[in-house]
Design a protein around this ligand. Structure first.
Ligand SMILES: Nc1ncnc2c1ncn2[C@@H]1O[C@H](COP(=O)(O)OP(=O)(O)OP(=O)(O)O)[C@@H](O)[C@H]1O
Ligand SMILES: [Mg+2]
Length: 143
């Protein structure tokens, strides 16, 4: 499934649709991966998803902290963890305690740059890919 998103607002609407469609699983965390080139809009999408889940604090790019946790209120998930794997090497996922997070059904993990850690990353529940088109248009694909 592919969607064309002409503006950041349209991207945010799509993030809202995704937020509404996600439900915790009994066997572990829900993993959403965001692929796409530098500047494709992965962090922007993650910020919109956080907002749709009621996060009011500013969601920064986790590029330097690698992973950032947001507590969710009145949501089906109790935590959103936003990970940027850009600076991780294959095998380094555990440096952010990924396995401990991934066993928790109450956690929603949104991970940018899954290709950096492909071998150690479990299969995503939702794999998204963003690409930049003409003007500021983005194309979002659901794998
Ligand atoms: N339709 C659109 N969808 C998403 N972002 C857009 C759109 N139009 C313009 N932008 C802009 O493109 C930029 C995307 O940057 P963002 O940090 O989200 O990318 P990224 O994929 O996370 O990059 P990185 O790989 O460096 O982490 C933002 O400045 C955003 O405002
Ligand atoms: Mg980013």
């Amino acid at each position: 499934m592919t969607r064309t998103l002409a503006t950041v607002e349209e991207l945010a609407e799509e993030a809202q649709v995704l937020a509404r469609s996600l439900a915790p699983k009994s066997d572990g965390a829900t993993l959403v991966t965001l692929s796409g080139d530098l500047g494709a809009g992965k962090t922007t999408f993650a910020q919109s998803l956080a907002k749709a889940l009621g996060v009011t604090e500013h969601v920064t790019s986790p590029t330097f902290v690698l992973a950032k946790t947001y507590t969710l209120k009145d949501q089906t998930f109790s935590e959103l963890v936003h990970i940027d794997a850009y600076r991780l090497k294959e095998g380094e996922l555990q440096s952010i305690r990924f396995n401990e997070l991934h066993v928790r059904p109450d956690v929603l993990i949104v991970l940018e740059w899954p290709e950096r850690v492909r071998e150690s990353l479990p299969k995503a529940d939702v794999a998204l890919s963003l690409s930049v088109g003409p003007d500021e248009t983005r194309t979002l694909s659901y794998a």
